[in-house]
Design a protein around this ligand. Structure first.
Ligand SMILES: [Fe+2]
Length: 307
């Protein structure tokens, strides 16, 4: 099997690094590289693609993709509910295979990660009509409104299952540079001021209590609140979108790539038919925890942001 790390931090050029020269994939990922597997890295079970190719995604719904929750074995985002069983079976197989692959190449992460959702991206991304904060074609770092991470990190494994068309990605400089240039403009100090404040503690106690009563309130840290804000701020910021360094990647049919999507600003410019599995990686399991976005922001703010 051939492995390559694709460096994204070099003046717009791609440098392919043979993975044979890489002893720890964690460092490659944590520095803001995309770990790229031209041959797919792992074999998709043969039943996956036939199960998914007919799926009709609900383009109008709040769901951007067809999602699969491995922990409860449920699928969402379909128009035709009669497809649920077939699609669920296909997603279950992809999720299981992707997680097995990730565990094999990143065993230190796998011991402490939380398995998050998988998704099937069936709609052509070029020209897709979405509200600004949901647009995929604008550079952003990921943050999940409903699943705060408290300083842990979002690792995503993508597979292009389109037999003919590449998936077109654009990235920009990773989080250390992003934070240096933009965190203060984006208002980090306002979110840092929440940390330990009476209002923040009160809000968190209330959301915990209401969650206990079954209401869907999210208990999030100042870090999570800032990252959600940064996601929207980046998409709405025309100067950032126009002036930041940009690196283009065509991810070919059959390839797989891994990236911390909260470290690497990314946008999808074109392509359809991709599968994806997310895991939330514990900050403690990083090769270099000081590279976590939470660590970078906490150092900058001079206080803890993740409680
Ligand atoms: Fe994203």
């Amino acid at each position: 099997m051939s492995f390559f790390g694709v460096r994204s931090d070099t003046l717009g050029k791609l440098i392919l690094v043979p993975a044979a020269s890489t002893t720890d994939f964690r460092s490659v990922l944590e520095k803001g590289n995309i770990l790229f597997f031209p041959d797919g890295g792992f074999s998709l079970p043969p039943a996956v693609l036939p199960a998914l190719m007919g799926a009709t995604q609900d383009a109008r719904s709040i769901h951007k993709n067809i999602a699969y929750k491995p922990n409860v074995d449920r699928v969402s985002g379909l128009i035709d509910k009669s497809e649920s069983e077939t699609v669920r079976a296909g997603m279950r197989e992809y999720s299981r295979s992707a997680l097995e692959f990730l565990s094999r190449i990143l065993p230190e992460y796998s011991r402490g990660w939380k398995v998050d959702y998988a998704s099937f991206r069936s709609i052509e991304e070029r020209g897709r009509d979405l509200p600004l904060t949901k647009r995929n074609d604008l550079l952003h770092v990921d943050a999940f409104p409903t699943r705060p991470v408290f300083g842990d990190m979002i690792l995503r494994c993508f597979t292009n299952v389109n037999p003919e068309q590449p998936r077109e990605w654009m990235t920009s400089d990773p989080f250390p540079q992003l934070a240096e240039r933009e965190a203060d403009h984006a208002g980090l100090d306002r979110y840092a001021a929440l940390s330990g404040s009476g209002l923040h503690n009160l809000r968190r106690s209330a959301s915990r209590a209401l969650r206990g009563l079954g209401l869907p309130l999210v208990d999030r840290s100042p870090y999570d609140a800032f990252m959600l804000h940064l996601h929207d701020w980046m998409k709405a910021n025309e100067a950032y979108q126009r002036d930041c360094p940009k690196y283009r990647f065509d991810l070919p049919p059959g390839s797989t790539w891994l990236v911390f999507t909260d470290v690497v600003p990314h946008a999808v410019l074109g392509g359809r038919l991709a599968l994806e599995q997310t895991v939330i990686v514990s900050r403690k399991s990083l090769a270099n925890p000081s590279l976590a976005p939470a660590s970078i922001l906490e150092k900058r703010a001079g206080r803890t942001l993740t409680v």
